[in-house]
Design a protein around this ligand. Structure first.
Ligand code: HAM
Length: 417
């Protein structure tokens, strides 16, 4: 038997109801905040990701699914959505009429990571991006929107962690100070961090290897190296979050695994998922639109790990799909054909409706109606077709009504609308 590939998964009925609930809540929340949906391809030119996420990141160095595509060169299954949203914003000159645009997009991403609980090779993100606003009020508003969505979904044990990563004006000075410390602690660093300390020293702060964690304990804080503008920006973000009741923790070692960030960076961490504790991550990326060939437009966004959020929501509440409004239980050949006709008529009018063509007994129909959690059962046999009356049972109250066959579809459509 052919099985699915490790790191990939099926989301089946029983689980999908949680996903649908999350998706509906995200769309509603984001649209209330002025976001529009955008749908983008899952394959892009590889260069889009290497130029935006950064050549020395884990994602670009070792996690992308990249293929050769004849004359088109190398193409990659998207490991994230931000780069594609920026590409689309630039390509369609969406900044022309008004640079301020707010988008959200939901879909699969692909990273060739080592699969484990909460970490998949195909995973889903709910992604939100805003272009054209550099105000710190927006940073706070986005984090507020994210925590509002999590509260709506009753996600427990989640907390916002925030940091500022500075800007091209102040970050290099911090990187230099950090690199000096790392050079002095070279013998304690893991192989990965030795490499990172040369090319991308900030990433060492994020390493999970205990020896590396210890090595950076006394590391300088980026927050002490921010320029006045970045510092004011961060202070305002924190103040507005507090004023609006968002609980957060400042985490000076929060650096994110993608290189495009400037200033505010944030993650939503949870204590209920084990090692893969990031439910969402994001931040400002004021230089990316320009770096990818667009105008100088500031931007900020985040992505929620859909799979991880679904796990958290499923822990808190069970969400079941509702059963059909009506189950038609036909007895006899003529009644079965009539039931088939009624189901088509009723379902087409928006009444969720089920039947069975296999000639079951009434008892067996009732069992199936129960299993499907049908709200009502309509019992019809060949005899009832002759007498012109059918029986409708309310499965909750067990009350029964007799309905005339004449105009039955109309009667039911009215009753269940
Ligand atoms: P990211 O932190 O790489 O950021 O991913 C965001 C979220 O996606 C993570 O917090 C996690 O919940 C989920 N995630 C990432 N990798 C996996 C995986 N292998 N399996 C399951 N879930 C995963 C970004 O992708 C940025 N594009 C976010 C952003 C948007 N920044 C600005 N705008």
């Amino acid at each position: 038997m052919i099985q699915l590939i490790k790191g990939f998964k099926d989301v089946l009925p029983g689980e999908i109801e949680v996903w649908q609930t999350i998706e509906r809540a995200a769309k509603e929340t984001f649209e209330n905040f002025g976001f529009q949906e955008i749908r983008l391809p899952i394959v892009e030119k590889s260069e889009l990701f290497s130029r935006s996420i950064g050549d020395t990141t884990d994602i670009v160095e070792k996690e992308m699914y990249t293929f050769e595509d004849g004359k088109r060169g190398h193409i990659t299954l998207r490991p994230e959505a931000t780069a594609s949203v920026v590409r689309s914003y630039i390509q369609h000159k969406m900044y022309a009429a008004d640079p301020i645009r707010k988008f959200y997009t939901i879909g699969p991403m692909f990273r060739r990571e080592r699969p484990q609980k909460g970490r998949y090779r195909q995973f889903y993100q709910i992604d939100a991006e805003v272009f054209g606003i550099d105000s710190p009020y927006l940073d706070a508003q986005l984090i507020f929107m994210l925590t509002t969505l999590l509260a709506t979904l009753k996600a427990k044990d989640v907390k916002a962690h925030i940091n500022s990563l500075g800007c091209p004006c102040c970050r290099p000075k911090f990187q230099k100070a950090l690199k000096e410390l790392l050079d002095a602690k070279k013998e304690h660093l893991c192989e990965n961090c030795l490499r990172r300390s040369e090319k991308n020293p900030l990433r060492v702060l994020d390493c999970k290897v205990p020896a590396c964690r210890e090595a950076v304990v006394g590391a300088p804080s980026i927050l002490d190296h921010l320029c006045d503008e970045c510092s004011d920006h961060f202070e305002t973000v924190k103040r507005v979050l507090t004023e609006n009741g968002v609980e957060y923790e400042v985490d000076k070692n929060l650096v994110r695994g993608l290189d495009y960030y400037t200033r505010t960076a944030f993650e939503i961490l949870t204590t209920s998922l084990g090692a893969q504790n990031a439910v969402a991550g994001g931040g400002r990326y004021d230089g990316l639109v320009k770096a990818l060939g667009g105008p100088e437009v500031p931007a900020i966004g985040f992505a929620i790990g859909f799979d991880r959020l679904a796990e958290i929501v499923a822990m808190q509440q069970s969400i079941e799909a509702p059963g059909p409004t009506l189950y038609i239980a036909p007895l006899g050949e003529k009644a079965t054909e009539t039931a088939a006709h009624w189901v088509m008529q009723l379902a087409a009018r928006g009444i969720s409706c089920e039947t069975d063509f296999s000639g079951r007994s009434l008892k067996s129909h009732m069992k199936r109606a129960d299993k499907l959690k049908a709200a009502h059962v309509l019992m019809v046999g060949d005899d009832e077709l002759k007498t012109g009356r059918v029986t409708l049972r309310n499965m909750t109250t067990r009350e029964q009504d007799e309905l005339p066959l004449d105009g039955l579809v109309e009667t039911l459509a009215q009753q269940f609308k």
